[in-house]
Design a protein around this ligand. Structure first.
Ligand code: NAD
Length: 468
C-alpha cells in the first residue's frame, strides 16, 4: 500500500525519514509513513503564511465551495479510506465508515456557517461594529482514537474562517489523514492546507513555532499542559480538548434492561478509546445487581477481532502502550473489585482485550479515578443521586457525564450541577457538528464545533466610529 506522502505547499513530498505503521489487529505492517523534519515543518509553515493573505481575502463563498469539494472527495473515496482507517486504527469497518462519512458531513456543516459583522451600537454619537477576523496559520494536532473525525472538528472551521492550516495526525494513525491530504490537494490553493506526519516528536516545535498563531489540540491532559506552556511565550491562541473520566449516574427506577445496552455502548464504543466514553458507572443499589448482570451479558456477547472481519463488534486497542496500560489497570482492579466479564487479553497477536466489567469496586482505586481509555468499565454501587454527583464532581476531569432516570425533573436538577462541559440525559457521548463541545477542569480549554467552535479560530475586531 502507498506510497504515502506529506502535503507541503500544494506538493506531495517524501518525508526526511520514514517509519512503519502497524496494524493493531495483526501487528503486521500497514505501510511506511513519511516523517517530516524540522526543516519540512518550517517549509510547511512558510507555505501556509504565504497562502494566508489571499485565502483570507477571497469571498467566503469560495471557501465554502472548497469545503464542499473536500467533503465530496472524502465521500468519493470513502470505502477505501474506511478500510485504511480500520487497518491502522483497528476499529470495526462499519465504525470506520461512520467516521469517514461523518467527517464529510462535518465539512458540509461548516460550509453553511458564517460569522457576520455585528452592529453593537448605532447611535447619534457612534457606530460600533464587531467583526471576526482569521488568525493566520493554525496548527491542528490530532490523537489516534478518531484520527479523521477529530481532524474534521478543526480543519473545516479553521479554513472557513480564513486561516491556513498545518495538520498533524498521531504517529500510530497517520495514513488515512495523509491520504485525505492527497485527495484534496488540488481543491485548495497551495499552502492552504499542509499535512505532515512525525514520530511523535514534532509537537513541541509546532506549538512553539513563531509562524503559528493558534494551536487546536486534541489529546491527553499531560500533553495538553505542554501545549499550553509552549504556546505561552507568544501568547498563542489555544483550544485544548483533553482527557476525561465521564461518570454515568443511574438512578433508582431506571429499567436495567433498557439502560444497560445504552451504558454498554457508551462505554465500549471504539474499544473504550473515546474521550467521552462512560468511564465509571454509578448505579443505584436497588438495580445494581440487575444492571451488572446485563452489562456482563453484553460484554460476553461482544465479537472481538480484526475490524475488517464481518460481524466483529469490537476491535483491538490501538497501540501497544495503551494495550499494556489497560491490562495493568485491569490487573490492579482485580484486587479491589470483582471481574464479572472479560479480564484478560485475547490471543497472542494483536492488542485485543475482552470487554471487562468490574463490580463491587469503589472510588479511590486506579480504575475508577484514572482515565482507562480502554474496554473496561467499573460499576460502583450508590445509595442516592447526591452521593453519586459528589463523586462524579470530585474528579479532576470534567469532560462529559450523564444522568439516567425516567424522572426528568430530577435528571435536570442533577445534570445542572454536574461540573462538566456536556451532560447527557438518558444517553451518552452524542456529538453533532452544530452542538458546541468542550471540557471543564483538566479536560480542556475552549470549545469546538458549532458557531462557538468556529469563532475560536478568529480574533475579535471592533471598529468604533465617531458620528458626532
Ligand atoms: P497524546 O497527547 O499522546 O497525543 C496527541 C497528539 O499530540 C499526537 O498527534 C501527538 O503526536 C501530539 N504530541 C505529542 N507531544 C506533543 C507536544 N509536546 N506538543 C504538541 N503535540 C504533541 O494523546 P493520545 O494518547 O494520542 O490520545 C489519547 C488522549 O486524547 C486521551 O486522554 C483522550 O481522552 C484524549 N482525547 C480527548 C478528546 C477531546 O475532545 N477532549 C478527544 C479524543 C481524545
Amino acid at each position: 500500500m502507498g506510497p504515502f506522502k506529506l502535503l507541503i505547499d500544494g506538493q506531495l513530498v517524501d518525508g526526511a525519514s520514514s517509519q512503519k505503521v502497524l496494524n493493531p489487529s495483526t501487528e503486521d505492517l500497514v505501510a511506511m509513513c513519511p516523517h517530516a523534519s524540522h526543516a519540512q515543518l518550517d517549509q510547511a509553515v512558510a507555505a501556509a503564511q504565504r497562502a494566508f493573505p489571499a485565502w483570507s481575502s477571497v469571498p467566503v463563498e469560495d471557501r465554502r465551495k472548497a469545503l464542499l469539494g473536500m467533503a465530496d472527495a472524502i465521500e468519493a473515496d470513502g470505502q477505501n479510506l474506511a478500510r485504511l482507517l480500520t487497518q491502522e486504527q483497528g476499529k470495526p469497518l462499519q465504525d470506520a465508515m461512520g467516521e469517514i462519512y461523518g467527517a464529510a458531513a462535518f465539512f458540509r456543516y461548516f460550509s453553511t456557517l458564517s460569522l457576520p459583522d455585528k452592529v453593537i451600537e448605532d447611535s447619534e454619537a457612534r457606530k460600533v461594529i464587531s467583526r471576526r477576523r482569521p488568525l493566520g496559520v493554525v496548527a491542528a494536532i490530532v490523537p489516534w482514537n478518531f484520527p479523521v473525525i477529530l481532524m474534521a472538528f478543526k480543519v473545516p472551521a479553521a479554513l472557513l474562517s480564513g486561516n491556513t492550516v498545518i495538520l498533524k495526525p498521531a504517529a500510530t494513525t497517520p495514513l488515512t489523514t495523509l491520504r485525505i491530504g492527497e485527495l484534496v490537494k488540488d481543491i485548495l490553493p497551495p499552502g492552504v492546507l499542509n499535512v505532515i506526519a512525525d514520530a511523535n516528536d514534532l509537537g513541541a516545535a509546532i506549538t512553539a513555532h513563531p509562524g503559528i498563531r493558534k494551536v487546536s489540540f486534541t489529546g491527553s491532559t499531560e500533553t495538553g499542559k505542554k501545549v499550553m506552556a509552549g504556546a505561552a511565550e507568544a501568547l498563542k491562541r489555544i483550544t485544548l480538548e483533553l482527557g476525561g473520566n465521564d461518570a454515568a449516574i443511574v438512578l433508582d427506577g431506571a429499567d436495567p434492561k433498557t439502560v444497560a445496552p445504552k451504558i454498554y455502548n457508551g462505554a465500549f464504543q471504539n474499544a473504550g478509546q473515546v474521550c467521552i466514553a462512560i468511564k465509571r458507572a454509578y448505579v443505584h443499589e436497588s438495580i445494581y445487581d440487575a444492571v451488572c448482570d446485563e452489562l456482563a451479558i453484553l460484554a460476553n456477547a461482544a465479537v472481538v477481532g480484526d475490524g475488517l472481519q464481518q460481524g466483529v463488534t469490537m476491535g483491538p486497542l490501538q497501540n501497544k502502550t495503551q494495550f499494556e496500560k489497560v491490562l495493568g489497570l485491569i490487573e490492579d482492579a482485580k484486587s479491589h473489585g470483582k471481574v464479572i466479564a472479560g479480564g484478560a487479553r485475547i490471543g497472542e497477536k494483536g492488542y485485543f482485550i475482552r470487554p471487562t466489567i468490574v463490580r463491587d469496586i469503589d472510588d479511590g482505586t486506579r480504575l475508577v479515578d484514572e482515565e482507562q481509555f480502554g474496554p473496561v468499565l467499573p460499576v460502583i454501587k450508590i445509595k442516592d443521586g447526591e452521593d453519586a454527583l459528589r463523586r462524579a464532581n470530585a474528579s479532576e476531569y470534567g469532560l462529559g457525564g450523564s444522568v439516567w432516570t425516567s424522572d426528568l425533573d430530577r435528571a435536570l436538577d442533577l445534570a445542572g450541577r454536574m461540573d462538566t462541559g456536556t451532560v447527557w440525559i438518558n444517553k451518552h457521548a452524542e456529538l453533532a457538528p452544530n452542538i458546541p463541545f468542550g471540557g471543564s477542569k483538566l479536560s480542556g480549554i475552549g470549545t469546538e464545533l458549532g458557531e462557538e467552535g468556529l469563532s475560536e479560530f478568529t480574533q475579535l475586531h471592533v471598529i468604533n466610529m465617531a458620528k458626532a
